[in-house]
Ligand binder design. Structure first.
Ligand code: OKP
Ligand code: ZN
Length: 347
């Protein structure tokens, strides 16, 4: 397993998020990636390298130029409003909901912060752009490693990516790392790619990016959006549109679903993946399906993550794992590395 890691991730360090009407410390914090790195090193699961920086043009394959421009300039515009803002994170507070126009970009920074976001739980900080960009570098490098003949690679990135759409951030995500990895595989010669998203939360950003396309099959197992974030996408009847019809599969499970239910969904996903026969697989690897996760409600135990890796290895596909969620900090390293080790053992 070849891992791509960039220490700049730690510059994205949100202070607080709004949770049930209160400011609470961010669940998505630098320690998450640090602890995965430590466990990877401890268990000697292969080389860990720093990625090459990819050109912004690679990001434009997935994200709109004006959204990327916004992300790059947001922090300096935030502190231009008031120098004291340097000590505060930026939070959106207004959105162009139904009946309001989203086709005209306002000059007002707070209005643009809302235009380019989907929730108020995702603080924008001084280091957000550098962390997101170097995280995307990891993902594209991990995809490229497959093209160079690696059987498997791991992008050890944060912030996560699967909620970010072509032109919006949210759900702790800014750049869609898994989508960028899949698009890079296609741009480098793959004909068909699949993305398997096993994070607890539905990967609404990834789904929306590829919804009308048949060159990327997207499959997600997640908490039912009727009760779980991101609420407004991830239902079973979302199967793709136009040329993409049949290339999107959602497997929502009720919050509180059993381990057996979860693995039955994984089996359904794997059968579909095998019939699609992609040239490569990208796995959005969230471990917030763990029983002890503070913001999620599935029941997986540490050992179950070994079985996930084994099952994915049996697909016999070149596979790039991309780190997403997982907020039980004490166990996040073991749970992530269990998936990777399960894969390596069975590969
Ligand atoms: C990101 B990833 C807790 C409420 C939920 C958004 C959750 C984003 C999860 N404050 N806020 O999919 O793990
Ligand atoms: Zn998640």
């Amino acid at each position: 397993m070849l891992t791509f890691y960039n220490e700049h991730h730690s510059e994205h360090r949100g202070r607080f998020e709004i949770f049930r009407g209160q400011l609470v410390p961010c669940f998505e914090k630098p320690e998450r990636a640090d602890l995965v790195l430590k466990e990877l090193e401890r268990r000697r699961l292969g080389r860990i390298v720093r990625p090459h920086g990819v050109p912004l043009m690679s990001l434009e394959r997935v994200h709109s130029p004006r959204y990327l421009h916004f992300l790059r300039s947001a922090w300096s515009e935030w502190i231009a409003l008031d120098p004291a803002n340097a000590e505060k994170d930026a939070f959106p507070a207004v959105w162009p909901v139904r009946t309001l126009r989203d086709d005209i970009e306002p000059d007002n920074f707070c209005a643009r912060l809302g235009l380019y976001s989907m929730d108020s739980g995702t603080p924008f900080t001084s280091g957000t752009w550098i962390a997101a960009k170097t995280g995307a570098d990891c993902a594209v490098n991990a995809a490229h490693a497959l093209r160079l003949g690696e059987r498997a690679s791991f992008a050890l990135t944060r912030p996560p990516g699967h909620h970010a759409g072509a032109d919006f951030f949210g759900g702790y995500c800014f750049l869609n790392n898994a989508a960028l990895a899949a698009q890079h595989l296609l741009d480098d010669g793959a004909r068909r790619v699949a993305i398997l998203d096993i994070d607890y939360h539905h990967g609404n950003g990834t789904q929306s990016i590829f919804y009308g396309r048949n060159d990327v099959l997207f499959i997600s197992i997640h908490g039912d959006p009727k009760s779980e974030y991101p609420f407004y996408l991830g239902h079973a009847d979302e199967t793709g549109a136009g040329a993409g019809l049949g290339y999107n599969m959602n497997l929502p499970l009720p919050a509180g679903a059993t381990v057996a239910q979860w693995f039955a969904a994984l089996e359904t996903a794997c059968i579909k993946l095998a019939s699609y026969a992609p040239d490569a697989l990208v796995v959005s690897l969230g471990v917030d399906t763990f029983a002890g996760d503070p913001i999620s409600r599935f029941a997986l135990q540490g050992g179950d993550f070994l079985r996930i890796g084994e099952r994915i290895a049996h697909l016999k596909l070149p596979t790039a794992f991309v780190f997403e969620g997982g907020y039980a900090v004490a166990e996040v390293g073991v749970n992530v590395v269990n998936v990777l080790e399960g894969f390596e053992t069975a590969a």
